[in-house]
Design a protein around this ligand. Sequence first.
Ligand code: C2E
Ligand code: CA
Ligand code: CA
Length: 401
Amino acid sequence: MTDLRNSKKLLILDDEEEIAKILGEIAVDCGFSVSLSHTAPDFLDKVDPSFDCVILDLMIPGMDGVDVIRFLSEKDVHPDVILISGADRRTLHSAETLAGEYGLHIAAVMEKPIRVSDIRNTLSAIAEKESDISSRTKTGGKGNSGPTFEKEEVLEGVRSDQFILFYQPKFDLKTGRVEGFEALVRWNHPKLGLVFPDSFLPLMEKETNILNLMTEKIIDLALDETRIWHTNGRKLRVAVNVSPVTLTELDFPERILSKIKNKGIPQSQFQMEITETGFLENIRFTQDILTRLRIRGIGLSIDDFGTGYSSLKQLHRFPFTELKIDKSFVMDSPRDRESLFICQASIDLGHKLGMNVVAEGIETAEVERLMKEAGCDVGQGYYYSRPIHPEKIPEILSKFG
Ligand code: C2E
Ligand code: CA
Ligand code: CA
C-alpha cells in the first residue's frame, strides 16, 4: 500500500470515464493519490495548488483544453501537466507551446490511444522527482524571469568588469572530441551573484551604447582565453554571441580583426554567433559588416535557426558558415516527429549550402543519437556539459579530448 501522507496528488480530467479510471489506477500504482473529474467545471472547482500533477484531456465537451490551460495559469496553479488528446500531433504541439508560454510545466504530451507503458513511465518519473518548489512557482516566458535592473547599474557593472564569460563545449559528433567553446556572458553581480543574460540583455539591446561596450569587453576576454588554449597546444575555436544591434558601426570589422591579430590567433579560430531578436533597421550596414568579416576569414554562425528572425531569408542574405538549429527543435526531437523532420531538413539544407550544422540543446544520449543519424556535424548541450567557468576547461578537455 502507498503511504498517502507522502504521496503526490494527481487530478485527472477526461470525459471518457473508462479512460479516466484506468489512468487513475495506473497512477495509484505509481504512488499517487488520485482525484477524477469528467467535466471541465468540476475540474476547475477541484484544482488547487496542492496538486503536484494534472492529466488533461484537451477535448472536453463545453470547454476546450486551452481554456483550462489559461485558467491554471491565472489561478497560479503550477503542477506538472500531462496533456492527452485524440487531436493530431500538430494541435497537441501547439497546445503544449501555449501552455509553456503561460508558464506551465508540461511533463508529457500523449496522443490517444495512450500506451500504458508511456503513461506509467511518465507518472513514475514525476512521483520520484524531488519536490521542486521552483517548478511550481510561476516563471513565465523567457525574459520575464529573474531580477530587473536600471540602466545605470548595468552600465556601471560593465565599466567595472563585472561581466564575465562561461564556456560551453561544442563537440564534433563524428569524433566525439571538443571542437571549440561557445562563450556565454554572465553578470557576476556584487550582491546577487551570477546573473543570466535573460535578465539584462533585453535592456542592453535598447541601450546600444552599453551593449557595444560589453561586446568589446567580452570579445577581449574570449580572445585572452583562446590564447591560453593555443599556448597550451590546443588550437580550439571560440564562438562569441553578437547581437546584430551592435553591427552598425562600419569600423567594427577592423577593430575586431586588429584585436585578433594582436593576440596572435588565426582568424579562422574566431567565430561570431548572430542572433536576431528584432527587425534590423539598417540591413545594408549589417550586410556590409558581415561580408567584410567573412572575407577576412571569420566564421559566422546563424543562431537559433528556425525561430523569430533567424529565417531562410537571413540565411540567404548573409554569408554564414555555420547553422545552429534552435534548441527547441532538438530537444523535442525524440517525442515529436515534426521537430525531428525540421532538424533533418535544416541539416540537409545547411549541408547543401556548404555550412557546418550544429545541434544545440542536446540533453540526452537519445537526442545525440538522433542528431548523429540525421548527419549533424556538431553537438552542444547539457548532456556533455553545462556552460562552465574557464577554470574548469582543462577538466573537460582531459575528459573528452
Ligand atoms: P544562445 O546563444 O542560444 O545560447 C544557448 C543558451 O542555451 C545558453 O543560455 C545555454 O546555457 C543554454 N543551453 C545550452 N545547452 C543547453 C541544453 O542542453 N538545454 C537547455 N535547456 N539549455 C541549454 P544562456 O547562457 O542563458 O544564454 C541565453 C542567450 O543569451 C544566448 O542564447 C544568447 O542569445 C544570449 N547571449 C549569451 N551571451 C551573450 C553575449 O555575450 N552577447 C550577446 N549579445 N548575447 C549573448
Ligand atoms: Ca549562441
Ligand atoms: Ca541558440
